[in-house]
Design a binder for this molecule. Structure first.
Ligand code: ZN
Ligand code: FE
Length: 255
């Protein structure tokens, strides 16, 4: 039986995600921005929450953890938190660990930069990447606790995943990301195609997620800081990829 994934909005622009293993009935929530919409989604499906897989310590990703744990007695998996304390954690996830959700296997990739503790969860068999605030569609997270080379290395880890994997990210930021990306690469055909698709989806009030990783590799300028064409667009010919990435990130911060 294949895994089922549900996507729904939480807070103002976070995504809630449930992944369900039909064979065992296990269900994981990826992060817990707030309990209400997650409980509603579980009740809609008739699923019981068994696990929460936390990506990082920010409040908009852990705000619902305590309430969900009280209600369901679920296991909380979270990265080792180097800055703040994530409460109610049962299992600490480190790079290379494989976490079981029923029969489903989630591989842990440490992807620091946005925060120092940030991890992403990769369900290889399901071809699903939960990247939270490291990689967004046509963008990436702000670099709050790490530095630009660290964030670039994290993005390279995610870029190494196969093209047919789907990206499930932490926020619905795609339209704003597209606008910025077009200012850097107005003639990128993959980006222009994605821009049209995003306009259509948003007009229908539909999420822009998931997106295909193979498409992100072509359209997302933040995944292509080592592309000489991107360096040239920024008048940074020959610069190190991490520096090109840093310049992109700084420009986006100011946009
Ligand atoms: Zn965050
Ligand atoms: Fe966030």
């Amino acid at each position: 039986m294949a895994a089922e994934i549900r996507t729904f909005p939480c807070l103002s622009d976070n995504f809630g995600y449930l992944i369900h293993d039909g064979a065992t009935g296990a269900t994981a929530s990826i992060d817990a921005p707030e309990a209400g919409p997650i409980i509603q989604a579980l009740e809609r499906e008739g699923w019981k929450l068994t696990d929460i897989l936390v990506t990082h310590h920010h409040g908009d990703h852990v705000g619902g953890v305590a309430e969900l744990k009280r209600k369901y007695g679920c296991r909380v998996v979270a990265p080792h938190d180097k800055t703040a304390k994530i409460a109610d954690v049962d299992l600490r996830a480190a790079n290379g660990d494989v976490v079981k959700v029923g029969n489903l296997l989630a591989r842990v990739l440490e992807t620091p930069g946005h925060t120092l503790d940030h991890v992403s969860y990769v369900f290889d068999a399901e071809k699903a990447l939960f990247a939270a605030d490291t990689l967004f569609s046509i963008g990436c997270g702000r670099v709050f606790e790490g530095n630009h080379p660290m964030m670039w290395e994290s993005l390279l880890k995610l870029r190494a995943l196969p093209d047919d994997f789907r990206l499930y990210c932490g926020h619905e930021y795609t339209a704003a990301n597209v606008k910025f990306a077009l200012s850097v690469e107005p003639d990128n055909p993959a980006l222009k195609a994605r821009a049209e698709e995003v306009t259509r989806l948003r007009a229908d009030n539909k999420p822009t997620i998931p997106s295909l990783l193979g498409e992100e590799k072509k359209a997302n300028v933040f995944l292509r800081a080592d592309d000489p064409a991107v360096a040239a667009r920024l008048h940074m010919k020959g610069a190190a990829a991490a520096d090109v990435f840093g310049e992109l990130r700084e420009r986006k911060n100011k946009s």
